[in-house]
Design a binder for this molecule. Structure first.
Ligand SMILES: [Zn+2]
Length: 215
């Protein structure tokens, strides 16, 4: 029965996100992640279009032309960057289609990482590697506008995961990101955030070269 299978998939996803969030010290978010998936608007659609290997939202999109479950979900869950998309009252920058993304608080960017890792683990099964979340990110077709801070941190975390693996990445996030959330969320510190991410990417570039050198 697909309702039961869908329930199991949601529970498994929540468990994986909980483990990730707990590993970086985000306990409340770990417990409350994706609760709206149990609401009728999302659960009934999820059960009806249950797939097992990909999001039921895509099956709903193919059938109806859009996903009502996703529209319900992204409006209620702050770990999705789409939640933070506002519109512009001036001419928005090119490529933004009149939209203006607001910066996402760092704790939700971290939860977004855990969400992506968990989704890739559930859908990829044994084929999952530390590169899977980055590959999934790179496959995104013409994604909605992400705020530069959101994009810089997400890309940093995904790269870190690829190069360092889960344990070191999560330890780094707990010690250097979650504990300093105030600093990263100060609206005057955007440049500081971008510089921090760029320094991180440069360091990872060296680390990955070293990894290659050892092989
Ligand atoms: Zn979600």
């Amino acid at each position: 029965m697909s309702a039961l299978q869908h329930l199991k998939t949601v529970n498994r996803h929540k468990k994986l996100v909980r483990q990730g969030c707990f590993a970086v010290g985000l306990y409340k978010q770990g417990l409350l992640h994706d609760m709206s998936k149990y609401s009728p608007s999302e659960f009934i659609v999820g059960a009806k279009y249950f797939q097992g290997t990909r999001s039921p939202n895509n099956a709903e999109r193919e059938d109806v032309g859009y996903s009502s479950a996703w529209l319900h979900h992204k409006g209620r869950n702050k770990h999705h960057y789409e939640y933070w998309i506002d519109y512009s009252i001036h001419n928005a920058p090119p490529g933004m289609h009149g939209m203006m993304p607001a910066p996402m608080p760092i704790k939700y960017i971290v939860e977004m990482l855990m969400d992506r890792v968990a989704a890739c683990k559930v859908y990829n099964g044994d084929a999952y590697t530390n590169s899977s979340p980055m590959e999934y990110y790179n496959k995104g077709l013409d994604p909605a506008p992400m705020h530069p801070k959101t994009k810089a941190f997400l890309e940093l975390f995904l790269r870190m995961l690829e190069v360092w693996g889960e344990e070191d990445t999560y330890a780094f996030i707990k010690e250097n990101i979650v504990s300093r959330a105030k600093k990263f969320d100060d609206k005057d510190n955007l440049q500081f955030c971008l510089d921090f991410c760029e320094r991180g990417q440069r360091r990872l570039q060296k680390d990955s070269l070293q990894h290659k050198g050892y092989l």
